[in-house]
Design a protein around this ligand. Structure first.
Ligand SMILES: Nc1ncnc2c1ncn2[C@@H]1O[C@H](COP(=O)(O)OP(=O)(O)OP(=O)(O)O)[C@@H](O)[C@H]1O
Length: 680
């Protein structure tokens, strides 16, 4: 909160400008400028829309916007919320409970609030779990000043929760209370911010409308597209022959649309042309001869070239015939598969397309230096070793799976380097991979290791045609996994479930009884109201358990690795010196108490002088304790800072104190994420 003084000065100097303007002008250089992170902006938006004068108007405003959305738009919105929550690690059952409660007005934030408030900590995804509360502390420069509120109860309504949040902020932050509330700003500025936020909110909803209106139509039969494509091509040739520019343009447009339609299905025009020509070669030749009297080949290719060069890609640029179509296809493939059930022949073509792309010359070149066509085939272990080496990773390690009675089964662990920057950044760190059928055992250790290595190759290098350089039976195994992936069975089941749920929700048939029920009761009563959720519960549960088991296993491996690493670090002189200097900070005295309280309570408020060690030390107390107890693999700590410089500097300091090279590096447990940059 350091920059408040500056902000207030800024407000003062610009107050006349902003009060004279009734319309929000976010870009104006004279108006107040908001520079906050996306996360804080969302939080502020929620606070503002539910605060002060607007408390009566804004919920209605939100409702009004919701009422104005069509069913398709609402469905799209709900799908997106469902998907985002799923990505955050919530189970489908939990998501459906939250959405059933919030109904059509559900937003991602509201659903997240609801889930975190209602679900018991141990049912939340790991990163949302906590364990803590506290005791009054007497004296010293650092004190634990508050525990979880005794009167706290989950609030199903997110707007009420937000109001309480504000109240809590004003009670707990003893200093500068006024600055934290909107009413402390000059009235005109408060109005400006409110209007700005409302405008943003409207834009957001409008974008829902836009995207929903642009919904892709049902995929058409492949044969029909083929026929249309062929006749459009003939028309184009014909028009060109007769120098009919208009006719040429019209057929060009039809061909462009058909190409886009194919691209949307993930099929390149090459496939379309090849497929069709192979089936209709005789007819085509005859037709073309009839139309242009023997100059077909040359003429046709000229027209085709003209047309293909002008096919615009999604971003408005001109698509390249060879590579552009494939990329375009991939981009659309995601959309089409998530929203539509494709006809089997299209799925088949998509598979072919994907395999063609995977084994393309471009991808084969990526294996240069390791293998080329004609070289002898290798075993998966050797390939994995080579590819890890080339990526600058450590050599893969094979570990026997505990408890395999007959034969053997192995996991393989790889420590990957973080790579890329910003959006393209790929997280590094330890990855432990095991076969999709974990219990399976094999006769020899070598065979077991090769199988898991093949699976690791398939998982870690999905864009390399590793099966081409691999000896059987492992190459066939990889092909099977690829086939399974391409058929999209799993995805479709998920999509069906979500679509079914969103549909049932929008039919507004969820009886009010569900909503009035005690939502804190997680015994399954609420679930029983949602008939859809019951249908394949047992098979889903089995799936979830399986995932949980394998996740547990990976976490265990990571935990023991971290423990060993920590033990060896303790022997380092530099680390020892750092520990000594950290021990002189005022907060060090409270380490034991903080850890003890965190074990039993969900919320702990620590208050202390600047520089006493709250930011750099408390997270390390928790991390070190978790590592020492062998739970490092499940420990995720998030520490927020109000400014990007502070965030980076704290991360660097903590990384330094832990004797790591830098945040986000291979050996580092510390990272940071600020807008447009991250090191993780
Ligand atoms: N980048 C740094 N370089 C050197 N020392 C640092 C750095 N950051 C923190 N420290 C040291 O660590 C101590 C604890 O800092 P820390 O940021 O944890 O305090 P804090 O209690 O969180 O302070 P504040 O309330 O201002 O956030 C500081 O007193 C300082 O000695």
């Amino acid at each position: 909160m350091a920059p408040k003084k500056k902000q207030q000065q800024k407000h003062k100097s610009s107050s006349s400008t902003s009060s004279s303007s009734s319309k929000p002008k976010p870009q104006s250089s004279t108006g107040p400028k908001l520079q906050i992170s996306a996360e804080n902006e969302n939080r502020l938006r929620r606070l503002l829309l539910n605060s002060g004068r607007s408390t009566t108007a804004d919920p209605l405003h939100e409702d009004n916007i919701n009422n104005n959305l069509t069913k398709a738009q609402k469905a799209k919105k709900l799908h997106s919320v469902y998907e985002k929550l799923s990505c955050e690690g919530f189970t489908d059952d939990h998501i459906e409970r939250a959405l059933s409660h919030l109904k059509e007005s559900a937003t991602f934030e509201a659903a997240l609030d609801w889930l975190c408030l209602v679900l018991p900590s141990n049912e939340l995804p790991l990163k949302f779990r906590s364990s803590t509360a506290g005791l009054p502390n007497d004296g010293g420069s650092v004190g634990i000043i508050s525990t979880a509120r005794d009167d706290w109860a989950p609030l199903p309504d997110s707007s009420v929760a937000t109001a309480h949040e504000m109240e809590e902020i004003s009670i707990k932050s003893k200093v500068q209370r006024k600055v934290d509330t909107l009413d402390s700003f000059q009235q005109s500025q408060a109005d400006w911010i409110r209007q700005y936020m409302e405008q943003q909110e409207e834009d957001e909803y409008e974008s829902w409308e836009d995207t929903a209106v642009d919904e892709a139509p049902e995929p058409r039969n492949y044969e029909i597209i083929c026929e249309e494509y062929h006749s459009a091509r003939l028309q184009a040739i014909n028009a060109k022959e007769r120098k009919n520019k208009k006719g040429q343009e019209q057929s060009g447009q039809i061909i462009r649309k058909l190409k886009q339609e194919m691209a949307a299905l993930g099929i390149s025009v090459d496939t379309l042309a090849a497929e069709f020509e192979s089936r209709h070669r005789v007819v085509e030749n005859k037709n073309i001869e009839d139309v242009i009297g023997g100059e077909d080949g040359c003429m046709e290719s000229t027209v085709e070239q003209d047309v293909s060069l002008s096919v615009p890609s999604q971003d408005g640029s001109v698509a390249d015939e060879d590579s552009g179509d494939i990329e375009l296809g991939d981009m659309f493939l995601e959309d089409s598969s998530s929203d539509q059930v494709l006809p089997p022949e299209i799925v088949e073509l998509q598979k072919k397309e994907k395999m063609k792309e995977l084994t393309s010359e471009k991808n084969l070149e990526k294996l240069e230096g390791i293998w080329k066509k004609g070289d002898p085939l290798k075993i998966p272990k050797a390939i994995l070793h080579l590819l890890c080496q080339r990526s600058g990773w450590e050599a893969p390690k094979y570990n026997k799976v505990q408890g395999t009675r007959d034969g053997s089964s192995y996991t393989v662990s790889v420590i990957r380097k973080a790579s890329g920057r910003g959006k393209n950044r790929k997280v590094g760190g330890l990855t432990t991979i095991q076969l999709p059928t974990p219990g399976e055992a094999f006769e020899t250790a070598e065979d077991a290791q090769n199988r898991v290595a093949a699976y690791a190759l398939y998982q870690l290098f999905p864009d390399l045609p590793v099966h081409l350089m691999m000896a059987d039976p492992y190459a066939s195994l990889v092909l099977q996994w690829l086939e399974g992936d391409l058929s999209g069975d799993v995805k479709n089941t998920e999509v069906d479930r979500r679509a079914g749920f969103v549909d049932s929700l929008l039919k507004a048939d969820v009886p009010d009884a569900v909503l009035s029920e005690d939502l804190l009761d997680t015994s399954g009563q609420t679930d029983s109201q949602i008939s859809h959720a019951q249908e394949d519960k047992s098979s889903r549960d089995a799936g979830i358990n399986k995932i949980a088991e394998s996740t547990d296993y990976h976490k265990q491996v990571e935990s023991s690795y971290l423990k060993k690493q920590q033990e060896s670090k303790r022997k380092m002189k530099k680390y020892e010196d750092m520990l000594k200097s950290r021990a002189t900070l005022p907060i060090a005295e409270l380490k034991g108490e903080i850890l003890r309280l965190l074990k039993d309570h969900d919320v702990l408020v620590i208050c202390g002088e600047t520089g006493c060690g709250k930011t750099t030390q408390v997270p390390q107390f928790i991390l070190d304790d978790m590592i020492e107890q062998g739970h490092g693999g499940i420990c995720n700590i998030v520490c927020t800072q109000p400014r990007r410089i502070a965030a980076i500097s704290v991360a660097e300091r903590v990384s330094d104190e832990r004797c790591e090279s830098s945040p986000g590096s291979k050996d580092s447990l510390v990272g940071y994420q600020v807008r447009l940059d991250s090191a993780r």
